[in-house]
Design a protein around this ligand. Structure first.
Ligand code: CMP
Length: 145
C-alpha cells in the first residue's frame, strides 16, 4: 500500500540536504513536505519521550538540538519499511559494513550522529507526522496532499 512516513535529516547531515533529497527522489519517494528547523530542548524531549532515562538520552537531546534539522513527510509504496531500508541500520559501523549504499553508511558518523531518522512503524509515523506537520493528513491515500 501507499504509505506516508516521517523522516529527519539530523544536524550532522543537514548541510547535505540537497544530495539527500536527490537520493530520496531517485529511490522513488515523493517528498510531500519538508522544513528546516531548529529543535528546542523542550520539543526534542517531547519527541524522544520513549527514550527518556536511557543511557544515550542526554547525548541524543544535546545532539538533536545542536543545529538545524530537516523534517520530512515521505510517500511511497511501503514507505515505512522502504525509508528504514534506505537509511540503513542505527549503528553506522554496521551500516558501512553491511549496507554500504545506505544513507547512514554514507552520511553517518557514529551511533549518535547517524545522519537520519525514520519512523519505526505506521503508528509511529502517524504520531511523528502529526507532531511536525499537524495540518497534514496522515490517512493512507494516493493523494500527495
Ligand atoms: P533514531 O532511531 O533516529 O532515534 C533514537 C536515536 O538514539 C538513534 O536514532 C540514535 O541516534 C540514538 N542512539 C544513540 N545510542 C543508541 C543506542 N545504543 N541504541 C539506539 N539508539 C541510540
Amino acid at each position: 500500500d501507499i504509505q506516508k512516513t516521517f523522516g529527519i535529516i539530523k544536524p550532522d547531515a543537514s548541510h547535505k540536504k540537497e544530495d539527500i533529497f536527490e537520493r530520496i527522489i531517485d529511490e522513488g519517494f515523493t517528498i510531500i513536505r519538508h522544513e528546516t528547523m531548529q529543535l528546542s530542548r523542550e520539543r526534542a524531549g517531547e519527541f524522544y519521550k520513549e527514550h527518556e532515562g536511557k543511557s544515550f538520552y542526554e547525548k541524543l537531546i544535546e545532539y538533536m538540538t545542536s543545529g538545524p534539522i530537516v523534517v520530512m513527510a515521505l510517500c511511497k509504496h511501503d514507505a515505512v519499511k522502504e525509508w528504514r531500508k534506505l537509511m540503513g541500520p542505527t549503528n553506522v559501523d554496521d551500516a558501512r559494513k553491511n549496507h554500504p549504499t545506505s544513507l547512514r553508511a554514507i552520511y553517518g558518523k557514529n551511533m549518535t550522529n547517524n545522519a537520519v531518522h525514520g519512523s519505526d512503524s505506521l503508528t509511529s509515523a502517524r504520531r511523528e507526522l502529526k507532531f511536525f506537520f499537524p495540518k497534514l493528513s496522515v490517512e493512507p491515500s494516493l493523494s500527495n496532499q
